[in-house]
Design a protein around this ligand. Structure first.
Ligand code: G
Ligand code: G
Ligand code: NA
Length: 255
């Protein structure tokens, strides 16, 4: 595709930028974390959302390179905030499953964290179920978890392997897909699915985060069913780093 041809130069010319969407504690509304979401600042077309280029990135075989860039950029940003004396929230990065293949991931992550003076608890990975993770990846996921990096399951409930994942490695959070959240107050089927997810999560001791929360009614339903974290336009849209900065509390004020 046309886009694929420009991807290499886009990486080189630093045309990608990250926006950050805050994730909040349902109980207090306080910021609990951020999700990094990539945008392409295309010289001709303006700011492009991932829906316009992620598939092309995959096809061009550049996903691993792009993900490496995202992780590095998140670390650079967090470290800059930290040096300003700000409290840095755990930040999640969307990982495509091909990223897990054939590399010394853990040493690579440790060295990036070291380079930026960060600890593993500032990172979280969101994996989707869109490509089945292989059994050979489970030990690596376990090692990341042991090292302090959370690995959460995105779009939970939408793919066949959902429950199977929970059986094979300890996940960080379970992220309830927006498709079900939309149905709260509208669809008894969606509500029943959410309730079954919250039941499984509570039995296994996993935290839940709802994505795409847009109304108070959804919040009430989710809180009533034990969902601890939320993310959605009702709270915050994905925002550029400059707009996140004033929301971060200063370490100096925490006595
Ligand atoms: O940013 P937006 O809200 O339009 O996100 C659309 C989709 O693109 C989301 O499903 C998200 O998971 C995906 N996405 C956003 N940023 C990244 C990224 O850095 N890497 C990958 N692999 N997917 C991303
Ligand atoms: O599934 P994933 O986390 O990758 O999805 C992130 C995507 O969802 C981004 O495109 C983001 O802009 C979008 N998003 C985040 N919150 C909301 C919301 O409340 N409503 C809608 N419609 N989209 C949202
Ligand atoms: Na995500």
């Amino acid at each position: 595709t046309l886009i694929a041809r420009y991807l290499h130069s886009a990486l080189e010319n630093q045309e990608f930028v990250l926006h950050y969407q805050p994730q909040v504690h349902a109980a207090t509304g306080a910021i609990a974390g951020l999700e990094a979401l990539i945008r392409w600042n295309h010289p001709g077309k303006g700011l492009l959302l991932p829906g316009h280029f992620i598939a092309a990135v995959e096809e061009a075989g550049l996903m691993t390179q792009l993900t490496d860039w995202v992780i590095r950029e998140v670390c650079r940003q967090l470290s800059a905030w930290k040096r300003e004396g700000l409290e840095i929230p755990r930040t999640s990065v969307n990982i495509s499953n091909s990223w897990f293949y054939n590399r010394n991931l853990l040493p690579m992550l440790r060295s990036i964290l070291d380079e930026y003076g960060l600890t593993p608890d500032c990172l979280e990975f969101e994996i989707t179920e869109s490509t089945a993770l292989l059994e050979e990846h489970y030990p690596l996921l376990q090692q990341m978890r042991d090292a302090g990096i959370l690995v959460s399951i995105d779009d939970f409930g939408t793919k066949y392997s959902s429950l199977n994942y929970l059986k094979h490695f300890p996940v960080g959070k379970i992220k309830i897909d927006r498709a079900f959240i939309v149905g709260i107050g509208q669809s008894s089927i969606d509500e029943a699915i959410i309730q079954s997810i919250t039941f499984v999560a509570s039995q296994l001791g996993y935290d839940l985060i709802a994505e795409g929360v847009e109304s108070e009614h959804q919040v009430d339903f989710l809180v009533a069913h034990g969902c601890k974290y939320m993310q959605g336009f009702l709270f915050y849209r994905p925002l550029p780093a400059e707009e996140i900065r004033p929301m971060l509390s200063s370490l100096a004020y925490k006595a």
